[in-house]
Design a protein around this ligand. Structure first.
Ligand code: B12
Ligand code: SF4
Length: 513
């Protein structure tokens, strides 16, 4: 069978379809990908003539996917399969007559079995992990197969499937690697507790899995032979999940790989020796999730189970060992106020965070935070109302909403330049300042990315004019600015063409564009 995975070109290469493709190809089928926008997308679909088109959904990107799928169903004959977190939590999507089936949960085993059945012309409706709806009303959810127990047995992700479709990812000397699935924590704003408890009803001993260090090192060595590679981003939610694993990794990595890398750490599991080991091994950037300074919000609302002193200690150790410190923060908690969020700025200042990252709370479907906002009567009315970007506005009716959204735009600047706090405070309740503050935020975020790039360039040994911060920053702003203007103009042209061709839905063309 021929499978085509369609996705947008995201800021980061997608590992999900790469793992799926490994399983598909190992089972003797074929898989390709299409990264939109691609001016030749329709002719590529026509010439590949896929039997199955797959999509991966996250809340906020789901609607354009359904629209595009519907559009393609009018033009081509294929089996349409959608997986990923959004449909796993909101399987009602399959009532759409143009979606043939959904994959609930992990997809490798399900996809292979489905393809085998389709190839043999056999019934597929009883395949485990499938959800389908034949009458437009009743959604049937089949039982799930067990979670993958041995991650190493999945083989290395098939990077070619995405790199062949988007050479930007192949050519980049920085690539992403994941070494675990699952997380033992129960944070109310994250998918893990819902995936573990509501979808799989699993315990931590089955849910939290880690690749062996052998597997990780062999994968990176293989990547190095095949693609440009000077830097590794480890995507793991908690890189220091297991102290003995971390010690083995940090001891072997410099000898057997020797590339610089970055990680995300969990403060309540962090010991000073972890940071010392990571620093020796070549880690140059570590992120810690602060989320909120207010203890009640952090531990009772968000269920982060982390003391303030653990955040401060972990930050101090990271700085002490010369690693750049990043923080992850969330504003706009249900029940919180703008004062609570200002306290989060202050905690970041106290910890001398170099790269403060901040988003606005989104209570995604089936997450405990969604239940909390429902009980408080401030939940998102419909799941289709979620914004496509989590870092612009709040989707729930929190107190001080305008002030919190404006503070979010100030956040990184205030952490790095706390003297501006009195000025910022005066602007917080001014709705008309939203746009200028957004521009300021986007520009400053680009500057932070430039700083980050400078760090990576140094670690990779890159030199030359293009690596100078001022030049890198200007190039980035000019390119992104031009792309933004061109895409606005382009969207108009495509919309006109689309209307002429009676393709219909404007939203589809806006997203394709
Ligand atoms: C890396 C990452 C990103 C990257 C790359 C995204 C990508 N598509 O790979 C970037 C930074 C771009 C990103 C962006 C966003 N992300 Co993100 N991201 C992650 C993260 C940390 C890891 C994803 C990953 O690589 N996992 C490893 C791979 C192997 O697993 P996987 O992708 O889940 O795929 C498996 C299954 O889900 C399933 N599957 C997935 N798709 C399909 C499709 C088919 C056909 C089948 C059969 C199976 C299947 O099978 C795969 C193999 O078992 C997860 C959290 C996590 N730990 O998983 C959040 C997460 C997926 N992101 C999330 C969100 C919300 C977003 C955003 C929507 C935020 C926003 N509003 O801006 C955007 C949307 C981007 C977009 N337009 O698609 C949420 C999703 C929750 C939800 N209800 O949808 C998560 C779960 C984090 C959270 N809040 O809990 N993200
Ligand atoms: S520690 Fe991170 S990955 Fe784990 S549940 Fe909490 S937010 Fe999710």
């Amino acid at each position: 069978m021929k499978v085509l995975h369609i996705t947008r070109t995201l800021p980061q290469e997608m590992l999900g379809p790469m793992y799926l493709s490994r399983a598909v190809k190992d089972a003797g089928h074929d898989m390709q990908a299409l990264c939109l926008p691609d001016p030749k997308w329709l002719s590529k679909i026509k010439s590949y003539a896929p039997d199955v088109i797959t999509w991966s959904t996250m809340t906020g990107n789901h609607q354009p996917i359904y629209d595009l799928n519907r559009l393609l169903k009018r033009k081509f004959d294929f089996f349409s399969l959608i997986g990923g977190p959004h449909v796993t939590f909101v399987p009602d999507a399959v009532k759409d007559p143009d979606i043939d089936a959904l994959c609930i949960g992990e997809g490798e085993g399900m996809l292979v079995e489905l393809l085998d059945r389709l190839a043999a012309g056999e019934e597929w409706r009883d395949v485990r992990n499938v959800a389908f709806c034949d009458d437009g009303e009743e959604v049937v959810k089949n039982p799930l197969r067990p979670l993958v127990s041995d991650l190493d047995a999945l083989g290395f992700p098939d990077r070619d499937v995405i790199y062949d479709a988007q050479s930007l990812y192949r050519n980049s000397p920085r690539k992403v690697v994941v070494t675990q699935r699952g997380c033992p924590m129960l944070c109310s704003f994250c998918f893990h507790h819902a995936w573990k408890n509501k979808i799989y009803g699993a315990r931590n001993n089955k849910y939290v899995r880690k690749n062996s260090v052998d597997y990780v090192i062999a994968q990176v060595q293989e990547m190095r032979k095949r693609y440009p590679l000077d830097f590794v981003h480890f995507l793991d939610d908690i890189f220091n999940l297991k102290s003995d694993w971390l010690a083995e990794f940090c001891e072997r990595w410099p000898r057997e790989v020797g590339l610089p890398f970055d990680v995300i750490l969990m403060a309540n599991m962090t010991k000073e020796e972890h940071i010392a080991q990571l620093s020796e091994a070549g880690c140059i950037y570590a992120r810690i999730a602060f989320e909120a300074a207010n203890d009640y919000i952090r531990n009772t609302v968000y269920r982060k189970n982390t003391e303030r002193s653990q955040l401060v200690d972990a930050s101090n150790w990271i700085k002490k060992y010369g690693i750049r410190l990043g923080s992850l923060n969330m504003l706009g908690a249900p029940g919180g106020t703008v004062q609570d969020d200002i306290a989060t700025v202050e905690l970041n200042v106290q910890c001398k965070v170099d790269h403060p990252l901040c988003s606005i709370v989104q209570p995604y479907p089936e997450f405990e935070l969604n239940d909390i906002t429902r009980e408080m009567g401030i939940a998102v009315a419909e799941y289709d109302d979620f914004p496509s970007q989590f870092n612009r506005e709040s989707s729930i009716e929190v107190k001080d909403k305008v002030a919190i959204e404006n503070l979010h735009k100030w956040f990184p600047i205030l952490v790095r330049h706390p003297g501006l706090l009195p000025v910022a405070k005066r602007t917080l309740d001014k709705r008309f300042l939203r746009s200028p503050l957004l521009w300021m935020y986007m520009l400053y975020s680009e500057w932070l990315v430039t700083e980050q790039n400078t760090l990576y360039n140094r670690a990779q040994g890159n030199r030359g004019l293009g690596t100078w911060p001022a030049i890198d920053f200007s190039r980035r702003v000019v390119t992104k600015g031009s792309v933004r203007v061109l895409s606005l103009l382009g969207a108009k042209v495509v919309n006109k063409m689309a209307t002429r061709l009676q393709m219909g839905d404007e939203r589809v063309t806006a997203h394709v564009d």
